[in-house]
Design a protein around this ligand. Structure first.
Ligand SMILES: Cc1ncc(COP(=O)(O)O)c(C=O)c1O
Length: 302
């Protein structure tokens, strides 16, 4: 269904500003916000700034799927907002239409609002389709859906994103947007509009573009002692380094960077409480093929 730009779409300084505005517009001191664990590191600090409490619900430690019974059990009379993210940073997992339906019924039953962080919506692999919160009318009616032109057009530094929300929620969001950034850098609006109008093939081809990089990287990892985990979307490859070291992930990531010249992100900072003994790193494959090959050559020596 088409959205009305005047009342339902707000252009923000990156998806980040959209998330900040949506959280700040909807919660007040003492409200509880359900966030999945692990999750992107922006959510909890913004909830804290707004005086709210982040309630973490662990994802399945193997599939990184959402356990909706645990989400339901975490809902209290103070719960105001649920934040979800698919394709998921840091794990690359994606949710299904059944997940969307389950969240819609919980949100309706408990009168909750939702932030659906969909910044990697066009970066999906292996013939899978992104399922937006907008695909479910009941969920769309109570959701802020976050997009990022930076992720979709390879220009994260340009700081341009969008929030789609029903008119009543958009009005509240814009009260924060107005006094936060007022507006994102105007020339970037024109550039994004030109891309959307004149290069409609770009978004269609984006999944294949990154899938080729993922496949190149995963093929190369077979020559290393790192074990890649399955990735359905976004541009991060999780690797298990348990066959190489028993060091905690932050320590191992530091060692990998200083001794081998490959920068990886440890997974533990994405958690409130990381699973004991987990030995995972996140490697970003949004790189030129030459950089990926150079990194693989170094990883072979680890
Ligand atoms: C899950 C997720 N949400 C939001 C953002 C922020 O996007 P933007 O760069 O458009 O602010 C990121 C950026 O890394 C992200 O990974």
């Amino acid at each position: 269904m088409g959205r009305d730009a005047a009342t339902e779409i707000t252009i923000t300084a990156g998806g980040s500003e959209g998330i900040f505005d949506a959280i700040t517009a909807t919660i007040t001191a003492g409200d509880e916000v359900i966030v999945l664990d692990p999750s992107y590191d922006l959510y909890a600090p913004v909830v804290a700034l707004a005086g709210g409490w982040t309630i973490r619900v662990p994802l399945d430690p193997t599939s990184f799927g959402i356990d909706w019974d645990r989400v339901a059990a975490a809902i209290t009379p103070r719960t105001r907002l649920v934040i979800v993210n698919s394709p998921h940073n840091p794990t690359g997992a994606m949710w299904s239409p059944a997940d969307v339906a389950r969240l819609a019924s919980l949100a309706e039953a408990h009168d909750l609002l939702v932030i659906s962080d969909e910044v990697y919506e066009h970066i999906v692999f292996d013939g899978r389709s992104h399922v937006s919160a907008l695909s479910h009318p009941g969920l769309a009616a109570r959701s802020f859906v976050i997009s990022s032109f930076g992720k979709s057009f390879h220009c994260t530094g340009w700081r341009l994103g969008a929030v789609v929300a029903p008119p009543a929620l958009t009005r509240e969001l814009r009260k924060v947007h107005q006094y936060n950034t007022f507006g994102a850098f105007a020339p970037a609006h024109w550039a994004a509009a030109t891309m959307l109008r004149e290069h409609t093939d770009h978004l269609v081809a984006l999944g294949a573009f990154y899938q080729a990089k993922r496949d190149r990287f995963v093929d190369g990892l077979a020559r290393t002692r790192f074990r890649p985990l399955p990735v359905s979307g976004a541009y991060f490859q999780l690797v298990d380094y348990g066959a190489i070291s028993d060091a905690p992930d932050d320590e191992f990531a530091r060692q990998l960077c200083l001794e081998h010249g490959v920068a990886a992100i440890p997974l533990s900072p994405f958690y409130d409480v990381p699973p004991a003994g987990q030995r995972l790193l996140r490697l970003c494959f949004a790189k030129t093929d030459a950089t990926l090959d150079a990194a693989l050559a170094r990883l072979e020596g680890v």
